[in-house]
Design a protein around this ligand. Structure first.
Ligand SMILES: Cc1cc2nc3c(=O)[nH]c(=O)nc-3n(C[C@H](O)[C@H](O)[C@H](O)COP(=O)(O)OP(=O)(O)OC[C@H]3O[C@@H](n4cnc5c(N)ncnc54)[C@H](O)[C@@H]3O)c2cc1C
Length: 471
């Protein structure tokens, strides 16, 4: 968790750089210190390491040859989409290393409207893809808060979730197939364009959340679904975080499945309102942002009414139903703005994503409040409460070494509580560098041993994204 200073880069032979330039073209190879620095870190607070070279292949064939050339030369390889991950999963290795950018591999190759799937390259930006599908009357639900810049390859490599996870699931529910280059530069293809598929091992499942440690994706087959025809969005405000989190458990226990069920505490509300000015109730202890959707307007309205009554029964002071699409969009834009708004307050934002069974959300919210008080830290909590996935966000300054020890202690406390409640270290942000040291608290020795054996089999020289996931 302690941020390492940017390690100075390991240089690689000039002849190798020449070979990369010959292969990819002058513009696709970065080797100047000033350029390389931008790729030394990602959106996490942990780890910085300047790569030896940055490579940007523009075609699938060139991607394969790049992977092989790097592997043969003994370079550590880190694939990079938009670098928005929050676990240090795209920080380059500390040895001679290459970052392979996927931003030029950004084509939607096929959209099958009859069979409801699309085939894409890994560098397609998530929101661009969703918009392109929407234009065809189709729906790709996974919508991480970073969707305007994150890539589908990065989403698959971390099994990204989003605001619609409660009803529509996360990236894993949409991955039908994957093609990736292995350590020998061979193209492995697994999965299918069919809804059902049981041929071979479930390699798409293995590659999900693999954080670039097993191979480099070149194509993804993604499932599409018909879009909902009607939706109702609402904002329920509560005097306390306890009542709001109790409502989350009550909605799930009533077997209602809103498409979105998001939680924001007072700190988050206040910073978002200061930026967005959309009339959020800044005196509330917490709010829930909820949306129900479906194929029939009447059914959706009925479900919304049921949710509204559960909110009121569980202590909501008021429930405001969005009167039109503009108000609904403003609510969701505000929610997406939460992390950027919090990040403006202090130099460092430590964002956690410990996740608990949904019935345990009230206990987890209470634990975060208690830990923040105990350590005297400024914390805003928001998150996908309907998924049991909270983002306690510690606002701090990592240059203050003594102060940062409290942050580390609080993060440790968050994981201890989450695991004690039957939860997990990460719901969506990944293990990366940030959480690798806690892995043995959740997984037993046999599980970690098997994972290491898989990694060794798929990456005999341990060059794919070292230091992440399983170490
Ligand atoms: C403001 C903000 C909001 C966020 N909201 C959410 C959210 O709601 N839900 C959520 O799940 N996450 C969220 N995140 C985290 C992040 O956006 C996601 O983890 C996203 O999936 C990362 O995509 P990326 O393209 O930036 O990947 P990167 O950060 O570039 O890479 C992530 C990992 O994927 C690997 N990778 C990338 N491309 C490939 C490839 N072609 N082959 C193999 N491995 C590859 C990398 O090596 C790395 O290990 C948020 C982040 C920010 C900054």
């Amino acid at each position: 968790m302690t941020p390492a200073p940017a390690a100075s880069r390991m240089t690689i032979p000039k002849t190798l750089l020449r070979d990369f330039r010959k292969l990819l073209g002058e513009d696709s190879v970065l080797s100047e210190e000033a350029d390389l620095l931008s790729y030394a870190f990602d959106s996490a607070v942990v780890g910085q390491s300047v790569p030896s070279v940055v490579l940007a292949p523009a075609t699938e064939g060139l991607l394969g040859r790049t992977v092989k050339a790097c592997y043969d030369a003994g370079l550590q390889i880190t694939a990079r989409g938009a670098g928005t991950n929050l676990s240090g999963a795209a920080v380059p290795g500390a040895g001679p290393s290459a970052v392979i950018l996927t931003n030029r591999l950004n084509r939607i190759l096929e959209v099958n409207e009859a069979d409801l799937y699309a085939v894409v390259e890994p560098g397609v930006v998530t929101a661009d893809f969703a918009k392109a599908m929407e234009a065809k009357g189709l729906f790709y639900p996974p919508d991480p808060g970073s969707q305007q810049v994150s890539t589908l390859g990065g989403n698959v490599a971390l099994n990204a979730g989003g605001l619609r996870g409660l009803k529509y699931g996360v990236t894993k529910d949409y991955l039908m197939g994957v093609e990736f280059f292995d350590w020998g530069g061979e193209l492995v293809k697994s999965g299918s364009r069919t809804v059902k598929w049981v041929t071979g091992y479930n390699l798409p499942g293995l590659m999900l959340a693999s954080e670039g440690t097993l191979g480099i994706f070149s194509k993804l087959i993604l499932k599409l679904v018909p879009p909902p025809k009607a939706s109702v969005a609402m904002l329920a405000s509560y005097p306390s975080v306890g009542a709001a989190s109790q409502t989350v458990a009550a909605i799930i226990a009533a077997h209602v499945l809103p498409s979105t069920l998001e939680f924001l505490d007072r700190k988050c509300l206040q910073v978002v309102e200061a930026n967005a000015r959309i009339g959020l109730p800044t005196d509330a202890g917490a709010i829930l942002l909820i949306e129900t959707d479906g194929g029939h307007a009447e059914g959706v309205k009925e479900e919304a009414e049921l949710v509204r009554s559960i909110c009121l029964k569980n202590g909501a002071g008021s429930v405001r139903v969005a009167k039109d699409a503009a108000e609904r969009d403003a609510l969701w834009a505000a929610r997406r703005n939460t992390l950027p708004s919090l990040a403006r307050l202090r130099p460092t934002t430590v964002l956690e994503d410990a996740t608990v069974p949904r019935s345990k959300v009230p206990e987890m919210v209470a634990a975060v409040e208690r830990l923040a008080k105990e350590h005297g830290l400024e914390v805003g909590t928001f998150g996908h409460a309907g998924d049991g996935n909270l983002h306690p966000t510690i606002l701090c300054d990592r240059r203050d070494r003594e102060g940062f020890k409290k942050v580390e202690a609080m993060v440790d406390g968050i994981f201890t509580e989450a695991l004690a409640l039957g939860g997990t270290l990460s719901g969506e942000h990944g293990i990366g560098i940030a959480k690798a040291k806690w892995l043995s608290r959740e997984e037993n020795a046999a599980t970690i041993g098997l994972s290491k054996a898989i990694r060794k089999a798929l990456d005999p020289r341990q060059l794919f994204n070292p230091g992440k996931k399983v170490v």
